[in-house]
Design a protein around this ligand. Structure first.
Ligand SMILES: [Zn+2]
Length: 195
């Protein structure tokens, strides 16, 4: 079995700290491995995000945060549920606008929420009555976390992948509550506006 690129190596690549040999190996591997290519994109966008954020104590924090994305599950203590309310931390400007066949502009919004030691990266895209929600939990221990999205009597459930990412498709507009459940930890994001 081939070895995947470590998170440290991915981060080093952005800091231009790789040797010539490492660089060659990494470039070759990235062409063949979509998993690592996706991981690289995540690390890149996060580092860029933190570098552009004047309020953060970058670069130390950004690198620690980037490393945290890929940490394995933390053990959960059974018996009680710790509930954290997520609050909006940063509103990121819309991403590159793109146009569909009809010439209308679909909306795309990215917002970062803070929940204790963790952050939630939420991207909402789409138009009219069909929206897509892309999310990622930044922090340790959220692989295979249960994500519940609810609005009135509608409830949608999914599970995060190995990068703590999740996605909901074909959502109607409205205010949703998003709940992240992992072990004894619950993160609640109330009144997430999808429009
Ligand atoms: Zn790989």
């Amino acid at each position: 079995m081939k070895k995947h690129i470590s998170k440290e190596t991915l981060i080093s690549r952005f800091e231009n700290k790789l040797s010539k040999n490492e660089k060659e190996w990494v470039s070759k591997h990235l062409k063949e491995c979509s998993k690592c290519a996706i991981a690289l994109k995540k690390v890149g966008s996060l580092i860029e995000l933190m570098r552009n954020d004047d309020s953060a104590d970058a670069p130390e924090n950004s690198i620690q945060l980037a490393k945290n994305i890929f940490e394995p599950n933390a053990d959960s203590k059974k018996g009680f549920v710790k509930r954290i309310l997520a609050t909006m931390q940063m509103h990121l400007s819309p991403l590159q606008p793109s146009f569909n066949e009809r010439g209308s502009k679909p909306s795309m919004r990215q917002t970062l929420y803070q929940a204790g030691e963790n952050s939630l990266d939420i991207r909402v895209s789409g138009e009219e009555d069909s929206y897509k929600l892309d999310g990622q939990i930044l922090g340790t221990g959220f692989v295979n976390a249960q994500i519940t999205l609810s609005r009135k009597e509608n409830e949608y459930v999914t599970t995060t992948n190995e990068l703590s990412e999740f996605v909901f498709n074909k959502l109607g507009p409205g205010n949703y509550d998003l709940k992240v459940t992992k072990g004894s930890l619950e993160i609640l994001l109330r009144n997430l506006e999808i429009e």
